[in-house]
Design a protein around this ligand. Sequence first.
Ligand SMILES: [Zn+2]
Length: 968
Amino acid sequence: MVDWAAIEEKWQKRWEEAHLFEADPDPDKPKFYITVAYPYPNSPQHIGHGRTYTLADVHARYRRMQGYNVLLPMAWHYTGTPIIAMVERLKEGDEDLIETFTDIYHIPRERLKELETPIGMARYFTEEIKQGMKRMGYSIDWRREFTTIDPYYSKFIHWQFEKLRQRGYITQGSHPVGWCPHCGNPVGQHDTIGDMEPEIQEFTAIKFRAGDETYPTATLRPETVFGVTNIWVNPDAEYVKAKVDDETWIVSQRAAEKLVFLGYRVEVLEKMKGVELLGRRVVNPATGAEVPILPAEFVDPNHATGVVMSVPAHAPYDYIALKTLQGLSNTALKKRGLRPGDVRPLKPIGIIEVPGYGEWPAAEVVERMGIETQDDPRLEEATKEVYGEEFRNGLMRGNTETYAGMRVEAAREAVRKDLIAEGKATTIYELVKPVYCRCGTEVVVKIFENQWFINYGDPDWKKLAHENLDEMTIIPREFRQEFENVIDWLKAKACARKVGMGTRLPWAPDWIIEALSDSTIYMAYYTVVRHLKRLQPDPETLDVEFWDYIFLGEGSAMRVSEKTGIPIEELEKMREEFLYFYPLDARHSGRDLISNHLTFMIFNHTAIFPRDLWPRGIYVNGSVLMEGQKMSKSLKNIIPLIEAIREFGADPLRLSLMATAEPIKDADFSRSLAKSMRETLERLYDRVMEAAKHEGNPSDLKEIDLWMLSRLQRHIAEATEAMEELRVRRAIHAILYDMNQDLEWYLRRVAPQREQRSKAINYVLRRVAEAQVKMLAPFTPHLCEELWEALGGEGFVSTAPWPKVDEKLIRPDLEEKEDIIKACLEDIQHILRVTGIQPQHIHLYTATSWKWKVYLNALELALAGELDVGSLIRECFKDEELRFRAREVPEFARAIVEDVTKTPEDRIKTRLEMGVVNELIVLQDAADFLKAEFNCEVSICGESDPWIKDPEGRAKRAKPYRPAIYIE
Ligand SMILES: [Zn+2]
């Protein structure tokens, strides 16, 4: 049995004592600098958090074994609302939260009190998370730890913002932002329940009118105003008549509340139900046509104005809603307060011409999909199709006045601009979907006055960001496009707020820089923080000049030294250390940070640092599911990290988080998975410990031994290739499963010779064990240190060299020959299974020489891409011997063409190089093995040998690489 806890403790202590992961500049060694997004210490870690950090650590350990001087630091993000919001919930006595803390994470109730201040909570969880990271065996240089409210850090952030401002990237003004009315704060992704980004959409509210009343219909497709047949309200919702600035608007009650945040003066005059609006007639401001107000259930009063225009020719929802109404009897219509005369005559008005569709594309798609009701979920799909087709390929029809003939995309902008200019429409903002602040309040859009922004919308800045991205490694590669898109659509982002912990804006100290803005270039800060902690300068002296010198090499060391009291040689040391580790080689984080943090990092680096110091790589990974489901308190499937380490061991846990999925996918964790990983590792432990007992001797290596060593090289190559792109699942499979499979085969094959040839076999087993231990070390470092020590390895396996492929040991010919035996074994097993006979004697017949000629001809043709039965026969008949076999050759040719066609090119090449294989010898060498496997006699002969015993006439079925079989 493996005592996981003891092994973990032992090696964590040894690493610490050896200062193994403390990275100092070393001019003789190439560096590799990895960082991973620092955590908000506002709750304990669960295994979901473990994946990103483990992947970063695996990466760090892999590079270290490749000979790099690897720096992996860690710090704590105290800034902003994530901690404050948690403290608030705790202080308010939120039962859910208290239960999570006490029942799931086992925080002692008597300690909850100390979590009721932001600092108290942050300190508590910093310690908790740090312990978890240490116990997971992360190879972190803890000397560089800091928090984002440290005075030195604040001075660093001041410098960052002064730089951004100098470069013209800070703006102040009014912009729509996600806003929590309860907290009175702008809200970003990290402030919301479920980490949802409050995405803002710009709507055009087109003002339909009835007398002095305005019905602002919110739309993303203003160009369709020409196809309006009616407008919709939700009959069951609450509406109001309100004075909005100087007009009288009819909107949903919720809309009236939200308009205030958009900067309108709103005074509610009268409340009513939607049903009371039905049958009123309003005038389309674009066409002058009078249209009725009708009811539709799909209208969401919480979204935009709650008043919607109906364009049944081009909007599937509208088409279905109208069709439903028209399907009602006159009595039913009247019961709803509708005049049949308002409903019956309405006909869709086609205003966009789309190739491949008739006059009413929406109607067509709805009928084709067989959609009947407004609550059919396929309406979304139908809508997507129609909108997409019209946007890409649509042209405005002749009935759209001056816009006729325009492309939809152009018409949309033109109609919108014109309507607004004529006072017939206005702009309103709404969230794409509802988002809730961590305090539980629904987020609204607010036009924020005098807010400070980082202007990620600046086109020149976007260009720089693209240039950085172009030169960067993005892993998994599939995410590159997502970064491209985010760079393109990012707009000005609010960067400061009035509450929370953090750094004050240097020029406006009543504002505090928010969490996604003070976390973009701190990778630079890690490189020098340990010196600041040691030298203890007065933070106030670390002004712009100091950082300019350290990070940009500007100004004079002497002046900075005078001001800060830091000796010149120390300043130079910091500058050198920064230049040694920068640029950053790998930034790790969960994929949810692509749309903000990771892209902000790119932008800010390009704004502040010279081009050669821009980040070089970003590595992202999916999240962790628990038995296929999201982890959540309500599902009771959260496993705290500390608990998981205790239950499974750190190494089995690390392996589980890495082995189940490539970084691009979500990983699916389960207790049974972790247990099976632990068992796999325990078997490995036993085997390596056994191998460690014997050094072995390579003087008597046979083909089968060389085969195993060849396979070993293949797995090293495969694992190394996978690791280069951090395809960790593939790597683990090569190192552990594929290798074990070959090893099992090898052990079976040599079982009969185990006694006589123990030295050679032990030699092979030892080489395999060493390579496996090394390659698994990034994943399961504690166990591998223990095994490395047993194997007599030098120093720590953590810094041992990653195995290199020994090309000389790669023997494709031996692998081909071994495959003959494998195939033979499988064929025999198959026959026995099918026939159910108890074998007494197995006869194997190898193909005769003329068949080899045909086969090699087939390989030649296949390599030239010219293989078919006809050409093969023609080629064969150029040979005199084969011409004599006028009947057999075509028959055999037909029998092998398909097989050869399916053979991969590299195998064809190998087999051509090998030429005729003496299969008699290959099988003869394995005869003992086959005898032992089937516990019966095994004889082998060539199909044309005169002494052949072949009562059933099977021998003629023999093919090269596929002996024929007869079983008695
Ligand atoms: Zn709130």
